[in-house]
Design a protein around this ligand. Structure first.
Ligand code: TXA
Ligand code: MG
Length: 315
């Protein structure tokens, strides 16, 4: 099999309905979609990604009503976040109904739900009646894809169709918030800033970061996002990038920047840095470098999610 790339949402919907695997553009990253209610399709998703089955998947549908039908209960805080942020880069972890196959949730009593914003995936979701399970469309442990080309480079032989929606507008995976009924908890920092979530709820949320005693999202392993070369995180960059040692900066630098000196956002814009992050990590992986020095970003808003990915990349 070799995936065809196209822009036909109807064809994508038809293939999903037939149990095939289709890469889908979302505003965060590209997803590897399959019918979440079809156990065969779900197990093919795990196989295509080499993903361990202890790592549960996110279900996607076009509206809050359609996707929240898979939650057993929806606490008020979850409803508030859904109303304010969907469609958009937010995933809610809620108690699940029996309609969700165990394989999707890795046997957990909760399910991850999301309403994505990209118009093309929304067109697909409007056409299919089932929820679409879609992990990021990369082999397990690698950087998430933010273009159709990224998907094709790594997964073309393992999936049926790639729906090309252009470069992802956000560039970081969705923020995952568990709402068990008590204090909402951020399990993964992502495309919606923690500050935004706290402003909507009018209360502080718990953020389960690496190293905390309780586990975060099961798939958030420290070793993820590695570009395969040693990454040194620095507060301040000295010197220039070279053929062997690249540098990644933020917020501008010397006027003379060589080809091995990357800037996530010369103007110091966190949203732009988020959009560029995974593409730059891919360049570090493919550039023949033996190491890279990478500057951490300001630890606020999307900077927190970006720093989280950089720390994992450096692990
Ligand atoms: O932006 C996104 O969320 C993208 C696009 C395609 O929607 N999807 C994505 O999926 O990033 P994935 O599979 O790469 O990451 C999903 C994360 C994993 O870390 C998984 O462990 C966590 O969500 N997760 C899923 N269900 C969960 C649950 N019931 N409880 C806690 N974590 C859960
Ligand atoms: Mg992923």
């Amino acid at each position: 099999m070799r995936a065809i790339t196209g822009t036909d949402a109807e064809e994508a919907a038809r293939r999903l309905t037939a149990g095939q695997l289709v890469a889908l553009p979302t505003e965060t990253v590209y997803g590897l979609g399959g019918n979440a209610l079809d156990a065969g399709a779900v197990s093919r998703i795990f196989a295509a990604k080499n993903r361990p089955t202890f790592d549960p998947l996110i279900l996607h549908q076009a509206s809050a009503d359609r996707i929240l039908a898979y939650a057993r209960s929806v606490p008020p805080a979850a409803r508030q976040l859904a109303d304010a942020l969907w469609p958009g880069p937010l995933t809610l972890v809620l108690p699940r109904t029996d309609r969700v196959p165990d394989l999707v949730t890795a046997g957990l009593d909760t399910v991850a739900l999301r309403v994505p914003a990209h118009p093309l995936i929304r067109e697909v979701l409007e056409r299919v009646k089932f929820p679409v399970a879609a992990p990021s469309a990369n082999p397990f442990g690698f950087v998430s894809p933010v273009t159709a080309e990224h998907v094709a480079e790594q997964l073309a032989e393992r999936i049926d169709y790639i729906l090309d929606g252009g470069p992802c507008r956000v560039g970081l995976e969705s923020t995952i918030v568990a709402v068990p009924g008590g204090t909402p908890t951020v399990l993964r920092k992502g495309g919606t800033a923690v500050e935004t979530i706290e402003a909507i709820l009018g209360q502080a949320v718990e953020v389960r970061t690496r190293g905390s005693s309780r586990p975060e999202a099961p798939g958030m392993l420290s070793s993820h996002y590695s570009p395969g070369i040693p990454i040194q995180l620095v507060e301040r960059l000295q010197g220039a990038g070279t053929q062997v040692r690249a540098i990644v900066r933020f917020g501008g630098g010397p006027a003379e920047r060589g080809p091995h000196d990357y800037d996530l956002s010369p103007g110091g814009d966190l949203a732009e840095a988020a959009r560029n992050l995974f593409t730059v990590l891919r360049k570090l992986a493919a550039g023949g470098y033996t190491s890279a020095a990478v500057m951490l970003l300001p630890d606020r808003d999307l900077g927190r999610a970006i720093n989280d990915r950089l720390r994992r990349a450096a692990h």
